[in-house]
Write a protein that binds this ligand. Structure first.
Ligand SMILES: *[C@@H]1O[C@H](CO)[C@@H](O)[C@H](O)[C@H]1NC(C)=O
Ligand SMILES: *[C@@H]1O[C@H](CO)[C@@H](O)[C@H](O)[C@H]1NC(C)=O
Ligand SMILES: [Zn+2]
Length: 489
């Protein structure tokens, strides 16, 4: 039985980013890992912010001046912009809603692709803006992004690449009610970026009000199960991720200038660098954004313009960690302007500053071609001299190949021979490579896939070797600095 594993890489301007794309037979496998036993967040949403977060309670005063609105689209203007886009660029887009806000505003999504709405063996990327109501720059930039891609399709290679090779889904605003109220939370004043299930438990002794209550006021949700206590906007996004298997994504925030990557939360609630199993990939991904940005990488506060979330300030119930753990989606949290709500006159500048970053990040997911009978699994990995790719499937003999991810796209085809059933596993060799040590157990934890006979199961192992290690370390692994934080973003 032929199994196809595709590894691609692409040179984007001076930046290099590589995706390892594995094709599977069964779509259910490709939906990514799930961990039904993981604990999630608290019932009481206030408690989603740990003690540190209480220091940062909504510091932004509501704006009541009309001046602040000037130049920004209202929610109805945004809706019109989305629909106008759908009319104008209908051949490469599809408009759909993933649900409604508390106040009933549709959460519109623009999907951009040469085959919008169709299942294709191509990676999907999503951008989400305006998670925090008082951070409206993202919603404006995302509309500009969609229109730029439409205007430049078949003219600009990057626009063409995005349209033809990925499915780009854009949710300009996740929090239209918060926007119209000019505040961080939604209409129930819940911070949506603290409303997702979290991997860590929050116990009463960490949370002052719980102590004073003398009451254990929390409950653990089975992951992706009881959603009643969550906000409709959160539920909409969670359901969306069940529908569409996103490979990577980014949310746009304001209040700082940095590309933030998992983990956002630490187990003990303290602040320190807490890398996830795909830390190298995330650093690379964040650096694509930062290095493509006009001046993000020049940050004095954040070396290279990127930061591990927990080393900046831990949060719980955020969308980023949830995407990674529960949806297998590599998500960045992008802080795109120091000023949360700048004068609209600055929007064209902010667009220019962020345009290449947004495009390069989306385009970093590379094209895959496969027969119609194949589903696909896409895996982001940074460049390295040596990767070992293992294709396994119960009932078939696993095969392994070693590759070097250089500057050109790479396709791997596997044809497996029938044999006795084998366990699925992620496997490492090459003891010279120290980088794998932290990655291996977690890779197993997060990427172990199960399937039936006749369904293909492919697992990969990424070995990051000396060159990459040296390069990344020298460039990005300077996390000693713990920048001070002035406002919640
Ligand atoms: C959470 O608990 C606090 C303190 O007991 C309370 O004031 C608040 O209303 C609760 N929030 C919800 C959503 O239950
Ligand atoms: C980036 O440019 C903006 C706009 O000119 C400026 O406000 C900001 O301080 C700059 N940031 C860095 C890190 O250079
Ligand atoms: Zn924010």
């Amino acid at each position: 039985m032929p199994i196809k594993v595709v590894i691609s890489s692409l040179s984007l301007f001076s930046l290099l980013f590589y995706s390892l794309l594995l094709l599977l037979l069964h779509p259910a496998i490709a939906r990514g890992p799930h961990h039904s036993s993981l604990p999630s967040g608290l019932l009481n949403a206030t408690a989603h912010s740990g003690p540190a977060r209480l220091l940062f309670q909504d510091t932004t005063q509501p704006h009541h001046s009309d001046d602040i609105d000037r130049g920004y689209m209202t929610n109805s203007e945004l809706e019109k912009a989305v629909k106008d886009f759908g009319d104008r660029c209908g051949s490469i887009s599809r408009i759909y809603s993933i649900g409604h806000s508390v106040n009933g505003v549709p959460l519109w999504v623009i999907e951009i692709s040469d085959k919008p709405g169709q299942e294709e063996p191509e990676p999907a990327f999503k951008f989400i803006g305006n998670v925090h109501g008082d951070e409206p720059v993202g919603r404006e930039l995302l509309i500009l992004l969609a229109n730029w891609i439409c205007d430049n399709y078949m003219k600009d290679p990057l626009a063409t690449l995005i349209v033809e090779n990925i499915h780009l889904h854009i949710l300009p605003t996740m929090n239209p009610d918060g926007f119209s109220l000019k505040r961080r939370g939604n209409a129930n004043d819940i911070d949506l970026n603290r409303d997702f299930p979290d991997q860590y438990l929050h116990f009463a002794d960490d949370i002052p009000f719980m102590k004073s209550n003398g009451q254990v006021n929390f409950q653990f949700f089975p992951v992706n199960n009881d959603m009643d206590a969550r906000q409709p906007e959160t539920i909409a996004v969670m359901n969306w991720l069940r529908e569409i298997r996103f490979t990577a994504s980014a949310t746009l925030h304001g209040g700082a200038l940095v590309a933030n990557y998992p983990w956002d939360g630490t187990e003990d609630k303290r602040r320190y660098y807490y890398g996830c199993p795909d830390d190298d990939t995330f650093q690379f991904m964040a650096s694509i954004y930062s290095n493509s940005h006009r001046n993000m990488s020049l940050s004095k506060e954040f070396p290279g313009g990127i930061t591990n979330g927990a080393s900046w300030y831990p949060i719980y119930g955020g969308m980023q960690d949830w995407n990674y753990i529960h949806a297998g989606c590599f998500e960045l949290t992008l802080e795109i302007s120091d000023d949360k709500w700048p004068n609209a006159i600055e929007l064209p500048t902010l667009w220019e500053y962020n345009k290449m970053s947004l495009l390069n990040l989306a385009a970093s997911l590379v094209k895959v071609k496969a027969g119609r009978t194949f589903a696909d699994y896409h895996r982001l990995i940074p460049p390295a001299e040596r990767y070992e790719v293992v294709a396994t499937m119960p009932g078939y003999k696993s095969k392994t190949t070693c590759i070097s991810l250089g500057e050109t796209a790479m396709t791997l085809d596997f044809i497996l021979d029938p044999e006795i059933p084998t366990m699925t596993y992620l496997h490492s060799v090459n003891n010279d490579c120290h980088c794998i040590e932290s990655g291996k157990p977690s890779l197993e934890r997060f990427w172990r896939l199960h399937s039936e006979v006749y369904l293909i199961l492919i697992a990969i192992l990424a070995l990051l070797c000396i060159l990459l290690k040296r390069r990344i370390k020298s460039n990005m692994l300077n996390h000693k600095q713990l920048p001070k934080r002035s406002a919640q973003t």
